[in-house]
Design a binder for this molecule. Structure first.
Ligand code: 26W
Length: 821
């Protein structure tokens, strides 16, 4: 932080009074810098918040008045990052704020950096939801996000002695971006039992009684669009004890302690984000979170619909609900319950409405990530919902049986209920049956779900129910905000910032590829961004890295399928090679900085082992005088959205090297390329479409193809397994203890050597190394490298979430934008 100097001008004084009013801090007299910075942040944030509120109210009124179809995006995760910079840029007043703050002696970046990330997500799925909100507002769609207001977001990661340590992320100390709506509450029921009886007209009534209730309270977050007045709403639910239950009965009975315990139990529901990514663990509290959030959101959506006094059959013409993975699948069951049990509709009529309302997006094919809930657990927590699930399944299976009378196995395969011990509810099956469209998030992934996990459903419903919508990223945050200098340079060539609203306009950059001055400005900006990252590295790890070296980055959740182990084994190989060369030979090498970042789920032991190995390798290599600048290894702790904004603009190359067929899409690949970094990757997820767009000559692809993976795994299992020679050499070095206690890494090694190498690390190691050599070679021709960088950026227009949202709107939601006249 650069200390602010004392401000004297009168404009500055009047702005300070805003700080004073909002924070109780007097900037001109308070000498504690951190307090001053916090006050500057609070004052600026509140000033922008005021502006947002005005447009937010107008937007809500406009949408109510227009009374057209709305989109509801249900996501258990919204990985928003910081809001202030985004608000400044979207409202278009960052310059004004910058001037005002500098009069007070502050740099705007320092003020922006005061904000705590809103980290209500694990990784790709949560960040995608955040990018979607930005595009929905920017494109003027009448849209709401619904999520949970976790008191603790994803944990903060510290690296201590090379190990990941998790620290709770309490982020709500001062959050000017949320508005508690104590008037908007919903009572949510759990447990209890179902009573079935005939009413006076002989109709069967199912009544869910007893159990306990918890109150959902709405907290609203304004979502401003870029360069538009539309400001949508993200509604996050917070849990608390229902007032009646907590205070009076037990309190009066003198049972204070247990009354407080009840309150705490209620608040636990929205207390913490589950930190697993792609791993399902079947915990009751997680199911409670899911129902709590689905039921509150549905109540809200239905309440809004009812105000229009339309007939129920018009519900799907007014409401589109998108399920971000299977986490909100209970919303399907809840809507059926509301319509049948509470509103008295016939089953079939209700089911027609339900199935025309929902769309389901799948984000993973990993078997361990597919949600299943045990029937006894569900029976206990949501007895009426379980009955409804059984009925949905019964009617579904009856229709399947009619169409496939010969195929008994088919019924067992597609059933919502898995006949295991205990029985399990398969949420993906329920999501498919209850939706009118199912989509994957990249072409390969969408093809894979149709031919593997959901194959039978394609046979049942036909291929049209299954579709692809390839992911994207918002260029506002991931180009304009993260890389302002590059954005300015592009704008100077394209005649303005229109490309931020229509990213395909970037294609005009291609005509400047041969422009020498342009190239050197382009290269200079990349270099400046690398200096900025080098500073972050110095500040957080203490290591100095040479910004002229090739920056090779892999930042994402740590997971065996994403294969950070392949990368670090490659680094060890490089290290051994450097050690074996003469000083003259070393002269010819390209200096490299291998940069890692990412969190491991706290219970994912193998992922934590990979982090440990990376850090131990870094400790050895970084202090080896023989190596010097030729190789540095960095683990950036606590990778999050704000750090991504510094890291993505600073890569020369980034790694997207999952085993083919395992990464549904990937979105950081897009962020890196959009910022002029090249990528090394496997033929997986969106890498394939990136290649198609930017051209094969601009990407470094390697490794096994998805279609061959199964056969190779089979070979490993039955014909034995041959370890790659170079990898064997790397393992020897680890086993010698070069990188700390060899026992620490024995399981990591034996997962490859003795347990079938499920992720094909050894199979792909040779082509990985060969491709890395091509990277080195290419980097030596900087002119050509920059040309590739510019060409790639020019061809990235397809990967904007604006394109993505328009595709969802046209092919799944059937909603229209509602711009301000
Ligand atoms: C139930 C535990 C759990 C938690 C999170 C299972 C699965 C998830 C997410 C679906 C994991 C996730 O974030 N998937 C990622 O979604 C991105 C957005 O579509 C894709 O780009 C990534 O490839 C995919 O891994």
């Amino acid at each position: 932080l650069r200390p602010p100097w004392r401000a004297r001008s009168s404009i500055a004084m009047s702005r300070m009074s805003r700080f004073h009013l909002s924070s109780g801090v007097r900037i001109e007299t308070d000498t504690q810098y951190d307090i001053q910075f916090r006050a500057a942040y609070a004052g600026t944030a509140l000033a922008f918040r005021d502006r947002l509120i005005i447009e937010w109210n107008k937007t809500q009124q406009r949408q109510t008045f227009a009374d057209q179809k709305r989109v509801y995006y249900l996501s258990l995760e919204f990985l928003m990052g910081r809001a202030l910079d985004n608000a400044m840029l979207n409202v278009g007043l960052k310059d004004v704020a910058q001037d005002g703050l500098s009069e007070l002696g502050f740099r705007v970046e320092d003020v922006i950096n005061q904000e705590h990330d809103a980290a209500l997500g694990n990784g790709g799925l949560g960040r995608l939801a955040a990018c979607f909100l930005d595009s929905l507002a920017t494109l003027n769609y009448p849209a709401w996000g619904y999520g949970l207001r976790y008191r603790y977001g994803i944990f903060k990661q510290e690296i201590i002695d090379g190990y990941q340590v998790e620290i709770p992320d309490y982020w709500l100390d001062f959050n000017p971006w949320e508005f508690p709506r104590h008037d908007i509450t919903v009572d949510i029921q759990f447990y209890g039992h179902v009573i079935r009886y005939q009413d006076e007209y002989g109709k069967t009534v199912n009544s869910w009684q007893g159990g306990e209730t918890v109150q959902a309270v709405a907290y609203d977050v304004p979502i401003p669009g870029y360069g538009t007045k539309t400001t949508n709403n993200l509604r996050l639910w917070s849990s608390k004890a229902t007032s009646g239950e907590f205070d009076f009965q037990k309190f009066n009975a003198g049972d204070y302690e247990s009354a407080v315990a009840d309150q705490q139990r209620a608040e636990t529901i929205s207390a913490v984000l589950y930190p697993n990514d792609n791993l399902e663990r079947g915990k009751e509290l997680r199911l409670k979170q899911q129902y709590f959030w689905c039921a509150a959101s549905l109540y809200d959506i239905v309440r809004r619909f009812k105000k229009t006094r339309r007939a129920w059959r018009e519900f799907p013409d007014q409401v589109a609900i998108q399920l971000n993975d299977t986490h909100p699948t209970l919303a399907i069951v809840e809507l059926q319950r509301i319509l049948v049990d509470l509103e008295g509709l016939d089953w079939d009529e209700a089911w027609h409405i339900v199935t025309h309302t929902f769309g389901y997006t799948n984000h993973t094919v990993l078997p361990e990530a597919l949600e299943k809930w045990s029937v006894p657990l569900m029976q206990n927590l949501l007895p009426r919902h379980l009955q409804i699930i059984y009925d949905i399944n019964l009617f579904f299976l009856q229709s399947v049986e009619k169409r496939f009378p010969e195929d008994r196995d088919m019924l067992a395969r597609v059933s919502v209920i898995e006949e295991s011990h205990p029985k399990m509810v398969r949420m993906a099956h329920l999501a498919i049956i209850g939706s009118h469209k199912v989509n994957g998030v990249a072409e390969l992934h969408s093809d894979l779900i149709k031919t593997t996990i959901f194959k039978d459903f394609v046979a049942i419903y036909g291929p049209d129910k299954f579709t692809n919508v390839t992911n994207g990223i918002t260029p506002r945050r991931w180009l304009h905000q993260a890389n302002p200098r590059l954005s300015d340079l592009i704008a100077s060539k394209l005649g303005g910032f229109e490309f931020l609203k229509d990213l395909t306009l970037l294609d005009q950059l291609e005509s400047f590829v041969d422009d020498k001055a342009f190239r050197s400005e382009w290269a200079e900006i990349k270099y400046a961004n690398k200096i900025r990252l080098a500073k972050l590295i110095k500040d957080t790890t203490g290591y100095s890295v040479n910004p002229r070296a090739l920056f090779d980055v892999q930042v994402k959740r740590i997971h065996e399928y994403k294969r950070q182990q392949l990368n670090i084994f490659g680094v060890i190989h490089r290290y051994l090679k450097i050690k074996s060369l003469s000083p003259e030979e070393c002269q010819k090498l390209v200096p490299r900085v291998s940069i890692f970042g990412g969190k491991a789920a706290p219970g994912y032991w193998m992922a934590k082992t990979i982090i440990h190995l990376i850090n131990n390798v870094a400790a050895v290599i970084n202090k080896d005088a023989d190596v010097g600048d030729l190789l540095k290894v960095i683990f950036i702790e606590d990778y999050n959205v704000s750090k991504a904004e510094i890291i993505c603009p600073a890569s020369d190359i980034s790694e997207h090297i999952s085993t083919a067929g395992t990464e549904a899409s990937g979105t950081s690949n897009m962020k890196f390329v959009l910022n002029g970094g090249l990528i090394i990757g496997t033929c997986d997820g969106a890498n394939i479409e990136i290649t198609r767009e930017i051209g094969e000559q601009n990407i470094f692809l390697f490794g096994t193809l998805a279609e061959d993976v199964e056969e190779i795994r089979h070979r490993h299992r039955y014909d034995g397994f041959r370890l790659d020679e170079n990898l064997a050499r790397v393992f020897e070095e680890i086993q010698k203890g070069t990188f700390g206690d060899a026992d620490d890494f024995s399981a990591l090694i034996s997962s490859i050597t003795d347990h079938g190498d499920y992720y094909l690390v050894s199979d792909d190691f040779h082509s990985y190394l060969t491709t890395q050599e091509l990277v080195d070679e290419a980097f030596q021709d900087q002119d050509e490298w920059i040309a590739k960088s510019i060409t790639s950026v020019a061809r990235m227009g397809f990967f904007s979430t604006d394109r993505v949202i328009n595709e969802y709107a046209d092919s799944i939601w059937n909603v229209e934008p509602l711009p301000e006249e």
